[in-house]
Design a protein around this ligand. Structure first.
Ligand SMILES: Nc1[nH]c(=O)nc2c1ncn2[C@H]1C[C@H](O)[C@@H](COP(=O)(O)OP(=O)(O)OP(=O)(O)O)O1
Length: 162
């Protein structure tokens, strides 16, 4: 299993429908890409606690724990770079306090759920993110993403469950 990480997708209703908060990564892993907000789960933290800490650190918002919904998992595998493997737990959240801000880590931006910036994201996001964000599942889905030798192209994608 890869390093435990979390992603949390804030959702709001815009004029054209549902919108999600993503952001341009300004440093570290995936720099330059549009990514979900989140990061590594620290020792002693639950995934939900890590999501609240990361969203406060990366985007200045305090999530309302009661408005967080478990949204599945992604097992990210990088066979050419196994130290990059990550076991990702996901949440959506529809209520928070504070104004979204830009930090050293990320420049957050709202996108319509039906027009995700997939050309500027990790190539695999197109496979799983629309499913996660529609929320049209009763049980949160579990995905497997295996990257090719270049650590960018998707070699294998699978929905493991439910
Ligand atoms: N193939 C992939 N596609 C994708 O969309 N997101 C991926 C991915 N592989 C990893 N991620 C995400 C999951 C995780 O939340 C994030 C890890 O990057 P982090 O922001 O945690 O890394 P950093 O080391 O820059 O920062 P910290 O954890 O804050 O130290 O990358």
């Amino acid at each position: 299993m890869g390093a435990p990480v979390v992603l949390c997708f804030l959702l709001r209703e815009g004029q054209e429908g549902s919108e999600v908060l993503l952001g341009r990564k300004r440093r570290g892993f995936g720099v330059g890409k549009i990514v979900g907000l989140g990061g590594h789960i620290e020792a002693g933290e639950t995934a939900a606690q890590a999501a609240r800490r990361e969203l406060a650190e990366e985007a200045c918002v305090e999530l309302d724990a009661a408005a967080m919904r478990a949204a599945g998992t992604v097992d990210f595998r990088f066979p050419a770079r196994p130290e990059w493997d990550m076991a990702c737990t996901m949440f959506t959240c529809t209520r928070w306090e504070g104004e979204v801000c830009t930090t050293e880590e990320i420049e957050p931006e709202w996108f319509p759920v039906d027009a995700l910036p997939v050309d500027r994201m990790w190539q695999d996001a197109d496979h799983w993110l629309p499913i996660v964000l529609t929320g049209a599942w009763a049980v949160p889905p579990d995905f497997l993403v295996e990257m090719a030798e270049d650590n960018e192209t998707v070699a294998r994608f699978a929905v493991l469950g439910p």
